[in-house]
Design a protein around this ligand. Structure first.
Ligand code: M6R
Length: 611
């Protein structure tokens, strides 16, 4: 978490850095700060809260500079406050740093710095040790990269750090270990950032910095060095997104824009994987019949929404390819000594490709010999780079913290993978395969039509927003959607919501049903429809207020529900792609009614790069 930006060049560093930080606010928004080199001194300004507070703080100040660094924070060590905000400075104020990640051995480093060097710490952060360490090493030589390199040798943990020094001006030195970092290549101006959107307005050519590397940036050069300080030659990565992709384009929030981008994301994800004959092509991903037959089990491992995509993936892959699939949350997987060997296919799902829990689980599976396939949205991200094969989702940049289009494109990949594996193994027929692809390809159009009815969901949200708790229930694939719907609602509206398999209610949770308790009941699985109606009756009998989600045509549910949302008809397996959308919209409009900060919910960040 945390977003960092650095700039050195011809233009006004302050404006470029503030602009870049705004594009990285999804990474954290507890505080923001900037350090600018002006007249041989470092000038630091920082403020608790979002970038707008920092902007207000510096409005009207003459801070013209050609080199600087900036930071937007998601607090780990020390509460959100002005003092804990980055940048942090060395004792003599001649060095400033911004840091994303965690310095695990900061306590011992801090003690050493206080005892041996009589350093005075101002903040409660782990990051401040980095500024002091670099400051001390700068006293040995006036070369910033020497000092950063020495400091790097002392630190354990995960980090992306950018440093500037008043004694080695017009230079940024950055290092990376398990936290994302890119360098942007301009003309007479160069950049550093945590992620591409920060730089899109200025450059389209970037270097992806690898773990253990150091990058030295001046207005005229960007040089990369490996962990032994040998120069590294890196291919330029050409960014294909345009600036609009990372802008709201007239939508009130990124979340709403991204909900509406789902038809496009799904069709892109499908079309990039279909050849002229309408067959799935894996382009470079080798999953032959022999290989697939060798896999005794598949693990799908992910976090949050991506984990919920994995739950659907399990049902689809098991049904189509007949290979046992286990789904696990990444933060649990690596600590339970999972049964992984060379006959295991490990599928990591991640929008950002930088989620540390997922990355750590992937490394654990790799260490045990598994074949690693990842389903990732961000091209060139850590998960993508550390996998044997990557199946990209083509959702485009997802900015809102609440994941929407990444989820439906992840589901799309699960269908494509399941179908591909099934056909290879002969566990589905060619006819089923063709018909399913046809039905899958029809989903974007159905979804586009459905989204025109957003007003219906908005009206329901206006009616039901004022609840303290909400339950989501469903059976089969609907239970996976219930989990996702519940997560969406709680993360952006702060309503205490809870999801449970409908058949499990009677084993305990039904005790919580009271007159008026709001329950969102998913009933889109034809073969489970009657069973679901019985579960709805059970909660209705306890006075619950039931908002059901069913397929058009299944009207029997109306007499059992207070309200019904109808989704377009489709085969049962594909209903997740449609039924999740009203739940996304419902969460969005409820959060809006409640006056919540939809794109940047409290305590959260888009990319979770700490354990
Ligand atoms: O980038 P990832 O897909 O690895 O992120 C995983 C979760 O942190 C993410 O899906 C999170 O649950 C979303 N904010 C939910 O909307």
């Amino acid at each position: 978490m945390c977003g960092i930006v650095g700039y050195t060049g011809r233009d006004n560093a302050r404006d470029i850095i503030i602009d870049g930080l705004k594009k990285l606010e999804y990474r954290g928004y507890d505080s923001a700060g900037i350090a600018l080199l002006i007249d041989g001194e470092i000038n630091i300004k920082k403020h608790v809260g979002g970038i707008e507070n920092l902007e207000n703080l510096i409005a009207g100040e003459n801070l013209y500079s050609h080199t600087g660094i900036g930071h937007t924070r998601w607090a780990t060590h020390g509460a959100p406050s002005d003092i804990n905000a980055h940048p942090h400075a060395s004792e003599d104020g001649r060095v400033a740093i911004v840091h994303n990640g965690i310095i695990e051995n900061y306590v011992e480093l801090k003690e050493e710095l206080i005892k041996k060097h009589h350093v005075h710490f101002k903040s409660e952060t782990d990051s401040e040790v980095v500024a002091h360490l670099i400051g001390i090493y700068m006293q040995e030589s006036d070369c910033l990269e020497d000092a950063v390199f020495k400091a790097m040798g002392r630190m354990r943990g995960a980090y992306a750090i950018v440093a500037v020094s008043a004694d080695d001006p017009d230079k940024l030195v950055a290092v990376r270990k398990d936290a994302p970092l890119i360098a942007g290549l301009g003309k007479g101006s160069n950049f550093i950032a945590s992620d591409i959107p920060a730089l899109l307005k200025y450059v389209k050519e970037i270097y992806l910095i690898e773990n253990g590397e150091m990058v030295v940036v001046t207005p005229d050069s960007v040089k990369i060095f490996d962990e032994n300080r040998n120069p590294v030659k890196r291919d330029v990565f050409h960014v294909t997104w345009d600036v609009d992709a990372a802008e709201k384009e007239g939508y009130e929030h990124f979340m709403l824009k991204e909900i509406f981008e789902q038809p496009k994301g799904i069709s892109e994800t499908i079309n990039r994987r279909l050849d002229e004959d309408g067959k799935i092509k894996l382009d470079g991903i080798s999953l032959t019949k022999e290989e697939l037959d060798r896999f005794s089990r598949i693990y799908i491992v992910a976090c949050g929404t991506a984990y919920h995509a994995g739950l659907v993936g399990k049902t689809i892959i098991e049904k189509f390819a007949k290979i046992p699939v286990e789904v696990d949350v990444a933060s649990e997987f690596r600590y339970r000594d999972p049964l992984v060997d060379e006959n295991t296919l490990f599928i990591a799902i991640s929008q950002s490709g930088e989620t540390l829990d997922t990355l750590a689980a992937l490394r654990e599976a790799k260490r045990k010999g598994a074949r690693i396939l990842s389903v990732v949205n961000v091209v060139g991200s850590s998960v993508a780079r550390e996998s044997d094969d990557v199946f990209y989702t083509w959702a485009g940049p997802e900015i809102a913290v609440a994941s929407t289009k990444a989820y439906t494109t992840q589901l799309t990949c699960m269908y494509l993978l399941g179908l591909y594996m099934g056909l290879q193994r002969g566990t589905i027929t060619e006819e089923f395969y063709r018909e399913f692809i046809e039905d899958l390809s029809a989903i974007p159009q159905k979804l586009g039509d459905y989204l025109k009815k957003k007003g219906e969901i908005e009206a329901l949200a206006k009616l039901l927003y004022n609840r303290d708790q909400v339950f989501f229930i469903g059976r089969g694939l609907d239970s996976a959607i219930a989990y996702e719907g519940s997560l969406k609602l709680k993360e952006i509206s702060y309503i205490n919501s809870f999801a449970i398999a409908a058949g499990e209610l009677k084993h305990g949770t039904i005790a919580l049903m009271e007159p008026g308790t709001l329950v969102l009941a998913l009933a889109t699985q034809d073969f489970l429809y009657e069973k679901m109606i019985s579960n709805i009756q059970e909660i209705k009998a306890r006075g619950a207020h039931v908002l059901s989600i069913a397929k058009e045509g299944n009207r029997a549910i109306e007499s059992q529900s207070n309200e019904v949302i109808y989704i377009p008809p489709c085969r049962d397996e594909l209903s997740p792609l449609l039924s999740v959308v009203p739940l996304q919209l419902f969460s969005y409009y409820v959060a809006k009614e409640r006056g919540c900060n939809i794109d940047k919910p409290k305590n959260l960040a888009k990319s979770v790069t700490v354990e």
